[in-house]
Design a protein around this ligand. Structure first.
Ligand SMILES: NC(=O)c1ccc[n+]([C@@H]2O[C@H](COP(=O)([O-])OP(=O)(O)OC[C@H]3O[C@@H](n4cnc5c(N)ncnc54)[C@H](OP(=O)(O)O)[C@@H]3O)[C@@H](O)[C@H]2O)c1
Length: 275
């Protein structure tokens, strides 16, 4: 049975790591905006319980909840949507943050990253299948499962956490395909996510005209994803997510934004990124 709530409810997938962008966005939304936050995690664990307690201790007053959602599993995604429907009856914001940088079965690449990267012809179909299972198919499943719950919100928002590495324009600037900027697998998964953003931004307003679907790039951020090589803090990386999550009703729909060079020179100055 759902409990009616007047607060804004956000679900962030892959928000279990306290050094990650998803968790930093959850903290900003809970503490600065008073949102009810649902930390999505592919597994329930004591460290996830600690992450929930940490936000409560820091002053999150409208509820912090843990939700098991493995976006690579359609069953898990459906179960998660049922759980949110039963507990809350609606969802206001979905942040598709969970992602893989490398195919999990390529342990040699993961161990050596960023010292070793493969060129396009060295990646296999399996590499693409593993990464797309989370970064693309996982997001399709998640949006489709949660769209009916989001449609019940007065201001439904979807924020897709993408990357400049998925921008065709940005990657075209690099002189060669093995520029070291990104692998073909990750880049093409984020390019696909960018197209999902455009297509859903045109379709979902048919369910509820207030829907906004946007993509944001956090910039090169120091998280476990980058083995802490990024120059930005998770809080700085999360700023674009928080901004897109809290867009007013006259805000943009179907765009790609960031607040870091080369597009923007200062934090908080959100610029449009070319697709
Ligand atoms: N860091 C950067 O420089 C940077 C730059 C541009 C874009 N991004 C994007 O920012 C987002 C967050 O990345 P981050 O840097 O904060 O890295 P992160 O802390 O590693 O976050 C990625 C999260 O995704 C989760 N995840 C992976 N597979 C999943 C699945 N099947 N189901 C559910 N969750 C899954 C991970 O869970 P586990 O803990 O279980 O592995 C982890 O919590 C990603 O979309 C990434 O592509 C990051």
């Amino acid at each position: 049975m759902s409990t009616p709530t007047s607060t804004t409810i956000v679900l962030i997938t892959g928000a279990n790591r306290t050094d990650g962008i998803g968790y930093a966005a959850a903290r900003q939304l809970a503490l600065q905006h008073g949102f009810t936050v649902i930390l999505g995690s592919r597994t329930l664990s004591s460290s996830l319980d600690e992450a929930v307690k940490q936000l409560e201790k820091e002053g999150a007053k409208n509820g912090v909840h843990a939700l098991q959602i493995d976006v690579a599993s359609s069953e898990s995604v459906k179960r998660a949507a049922t759980e949110v429907a039963e507990k809350f009856g609606k969802l206001d914001v979905l942040v598709n943050n969970a992602a893989l940088g490398l195919p999990p079965s390529r342990t040699e690449l993961i161990d050596a990253w960023p010292r070793m990267m493969l060129g396009p012809t060295e990646h296999t179909r399996k590499d693409f299948e593993e990464v797309f299972a989370v970064n693309v198919f996982g997001i399709v499943d998640t949006i489709n499962a949660f769209a009916p719950l989001l449609a019940k919100s007065s201001s439904p928002r979807i924020v897709n956490v993408t990357s400049g590495a998925g921008s065709l324009g940005c990657m075209s600037w690099f002189p060669s395909s093995d520029s070291g900027a990104s692998s073909i697998v990750y880049s093409s998964s984020k390019a696909a996510l960018n197209m999902l953003t455009v297509m859903y931004s045109k379709d979902l307003p048919k369910l509820n005209p207030a829907f906004k679907v946007n993509a944001g790039c956090p910039g090169h951020t120091s998280t476990s994803f980058t083995k802490h090589t990024g120059a930005r803090s998770p809080d700085e990386g999360a700023a674009v997510v928080t901004w897109l999550t809290t867009l007013p009703d006259d805000g943009p729909n179907g765009g790609f934004y960031c607040d870091h060079p080369p597009y923007s020179q200062k934090n908080g100055d959100f610029k449009v990124v070319e697709w």
